[in-house]
Structures are given as C-alpha cells and as structure tokens.
Ligand binder design. Sequence first.
Ligand code: 13P
Ligand code: SF4
Length: 333
Amino acid sequence: MTPSLEYTPELAKEMTPLYERLQAVIPSVEWPFHAPLIHAINVLKRERGAVILAHNYQTPEIFHGVADITGDSLKLAREAQNADADVIVQCGVHFMAETSKLLNPDKTILLPDARAGCSLAASVTGEDVRMLRQAYPGVPVVTYVNTSAEVKAESDICCTSSNVLAVVESLNAPRVLCIPDEYLARNVARQTDVEVIAWKGRCEVHERFSAQDLRTYRESDPGIAIIAHPECPPDVIHEADFSGSTSGMAKWIDAHRPGRVIMVTECSMSDNLAVEYPQVEFVRPCNLCPHMKRITLRNILDSLIEMREEIKIPADIAARARKPIERMLRLNS
Ligand code: 13P
Ligand code: SF4
C-alpha cells in the first residue's frame, strides 16, 4: 500500500533540519514533493530491514535524504560485502547492483529502475573477452567494475577507478588487457611500465569534457582548482591538478578546501559536496549521466513497496564472476 505523500505542516516541521542543509541545491518549490517521499522511504526501509547504498552521482535528495551508505564503486562494493541487512536497495546503475548481488548471493538486491545501464558496460560482451584472450594468449584481463556479470565471468581480476594502478601492477605481468574503458586504460598506462592494451569503450559522460574548455576556465581564473575523473580523455586529465575516483575527488576537496573548483565529472557530485562544503565554490561544467538519473525518490519508494526490480544472475555466471571481484577486494584489504 502506498503511504500518504501529503506535505502536512507536521511533516514540513519534522523535515526542516534536512531542508536547511539542502536548500543550496534543492529549490524550495521542489521540497514539498521530495519531503514526503524521503519520509516514506525512511520509514519503509526500516520496516523492510533494508539498507540503501547510493553512488556519489545520485541526486542530493537521494544522497543526503535516504542513503545509508554513499561512496564510489569500490566503497559500495566493500559495503555491500559487509552489509548487515536482508535487502539492499542499490541507488546507482545495473552493474553496481550486480556487484552487490555477486557479493551477497543470499540477499535481495533491488535496483529501482532495471534500465539504469552504463555506456561502458554496454561496450563489451563476454564473447568479446573470449576473442581478446585468443588474440592475446596468456595476457591477463583486468576488467573495470563497470561491466556485466557475463564479462566479469571471463576476467582475471576487476578494478575500479580508485585501484586500477595497484591492480594492473599486482599481476607482475609485462602487459595486461585493461577493458573496456579506453581512457581509463590510457590514463593508467601513463603511470606504469606495464604495457596496457585498451578496448574502445567510453563513458558517455566523461568523454564529452574538452581540454580546451578547461584551459579557457584557467585563463579566466588562474587560481581555480581543476579535478577530473580518470574516465576523461588523457588531454583533459593533463589539464587537471588532480585525478581520482569520485571518492578520491571528495577526499581531495576535504584536504585542500579550494576557494573555487571545477569538478570534471557528473553534475550531482558537485551538488552533493556543495552541501558539505558551503565555503567552496563549485563551478559545474554540467554533464548528467542519464542512467544514474533513472533512479528517483519515487521509484525507490515503489521498489521498497513492491520489492522490485530484483537482481538475478544465473548461477554458473555468478560463480565465475564473483572470483575477479573477490580477488580485487582481497588485494585492497
Ligand atoms: P567511481 O565512483 O568508482 O569513481 O566511478 C565513477 C563512475 O562513473 C561510476 O559509474
Ligand atoms: Fe557509466 Fe559514465 Fe554513467 Fe558512470 S557516469 S554509469 S561510467 S555512463
């Protein structure tokens, strides 16, 4: 049964402290729609014994309003492994929910919109990996977590943007395949003596940033800080003061407290940090991930009411796909 979603004076009062935190990033006209949903989700998740994991690219009303745990892909994978709950609602994209399922085969993993995909995950299939292994016999396959379980099942080890260098070097091999993100592979290749063979996948959000745009910002404000995600093209990374995973970028902001900063990544990340660092001015060359944005308060509530969309992975694929993730998690523990 759908709970009441009326914005009553009592609810408005109860939710005022949260809105005071979020008012810089959520317009007041939107709050009466968000507040009842946030309240209803928080009540229902307790009733269901559910925990909500949210990626750093989720919108502020999700990230600050209903998430129990937030972070980058690596942190969410670790937290999924440790989650003390029967139900995990994954506020992120499909491969993240699959990773949670692989690490928690006996738990119920819900993705509020099963269509939340990823251009990187869509760029490579299990058959492609088998073909690569034939073309490069004996060369280990490092697979970005932004892939399907079917692709992970064909891989030696997974990586995320925060541990890719450590993973590549852990293999003690003269060359490795690093798939499917071409730019992540080229960016890590510049930091290691290992020969890194790339695939042609791209993140549709990060490939759109241009080095020329960043130079233009820098010319108009030489003191501005620029931090970029390693899914960006190498010439964009070259213009940045720092490059790291989404959590790496958040840590950089915390350590450096710049006056003005450009976050060269998905838009909501700046909104979420702006709530925590009101003294930092975030310049937002805004690119939205359409897949991350499929997750809304409304479909999170529906997912808890109807217990859907439940992630299921065929047992034979799951057994093989779990190994490269666990190998990665062991490496970093
Ligand atoms: P991280 O949060 O691991 O840096 O990944 C970014 C991303 O694009 C996830 O889809
Ligand atoms: Fe995929 Fe890029 Fe969206 Fe992340 S931001 S889910 S890598 S398309």
